[in-house]
Ligand binder design. Structure first.
Ligand SMILES: [Mn+2]
Length: 298
């Protein structure tokens, strides 16, 4: 069992995470993985009372300062649920610290905090964007990364809030029935040999909306990854009986961006992306009842 005082200490002062040895981190990984394995690919959360809030957080990419500020903002808001849309690691200065902090929050309050899989929650992407190298520098043995991968492989892909607001990292999949088909399935039960499922999960993590576009078109991001236009988005929303979609995955100079008649909100929660580029406003979203409001981290 993991000690509450240990979790409280690293949540209070996440810079302590830098000094932890692998055995201590391993406790966090193993405890968190158990929790994620109990969850379904498409999580379904409901607010019980109208005044309750849900907070949705976008890409962090190792920006511990933005994450710590969010933790501070969240507290007095007292939300019922907090949903991280993934891309916790790669690029920034405090990647492991961000990941462990999010996992510590999950372990401490597992019915409040949820983490979804972003496209950077994979080993191949971590090898290209820094987290794997950072990890090796610290812990030497690549086998130790298996525990991080176990977390990635256990993460859910979407949250459906109040049956009408869908939260995910990238975008809608081409298969309009994917969400309904995957509902109720645990990550351990994913049939990766079923091409349709593998492709849909990839697209949920990687796709991007594009104004003034018809249908799905090829993306610069890679094979099977798509841009999607307003027509297919509207079809998807109607078919799945959805009011809003909240996603992350892209940064905008204004901090967040509405698409498609304000039914798709794109947020990004790292202000100091890569630790070097000019600081932009970071954003998050608040769901209350059936409304979605973007906020800038101040
Ligand atoms: Mn992303």
């Amino acid at each position: 069992m993991i000690e509450q005082s240990f979790l409280n200490n690293i949540i209070k002062n996440p810079y302590l995470i830098t000094k932890l040895d692998f055995d201590q981190l391993s406790l966090v990984f193993r405890e968190a993985v158990k929790l994620f394995r109990e969850e379904t690919i498409i999580l379904e959360l409901k607010q019980k009372y109208p005044h309750e809030k849900v907070i949705v957080i976008g890409d962090l990419h190792g920006d511990l300062k933005s994450l710590m500020r969010l933790v501070e903002i969240i507290k007095p808001e007292n939300p019922k649920y907090v949903i991280f849309l993934g891309d916790i690691v790669d690029r920034g200065l405090y990647q492991l610290e961000c990941l462990i902090l999010v996992l510590a929050l999950k372990i401490k309050d597992s019915n409040k905090f949820y983490l979804l899989r972003g496209n950077h929650e994979t080993l191949e992407v971590n090898k290209n964007y820094g987290f794997f190298q950072d990890f090796l520098k610290r812990f030497k043995d690549p086998k130790k990364f298996n525990q991080v991968e176990a977390i990635y492989n256990a993460l859910p892909y979407c949250v459906l809030v109040n049956e009408s607001i869908l939260c995910l990292h990238g975008g809608i999949p081409e298969d309009i029935n994917a969400i309904n088909r995957l509902r109720g399935t645990k990550t351990s039960e994913i049939n990766w040999t079923f091409e349709n499922t593998a492709k849909s999960l990839l697209q949920i993590m990687w796709n991007d909306p594009k104004p003034n576009l018809k249908g799905f078109t090829e993306s610069f991001r890679g094979k099977d990854i798509k841009f999607f236009g307003k027509d297919v988005f509207t079809d998807f929303m109607r078919e799945n009986k959805l009011d809003y979609l909240i996603r992350a995955h892209e940064r905008f100079p204004e901090g967040y961006k509405w698409f498609f008649n304000k039914r798709l909100l794109s947020i990004f929660s790292s202000a100091n992306y890569r630790g070097t580029v000019p600081i932009i406003p970071a954003s998050y979203a608040i769901i209350r009842n059936k409304t979605v409001t973007p906020k800038i981290i101040s």
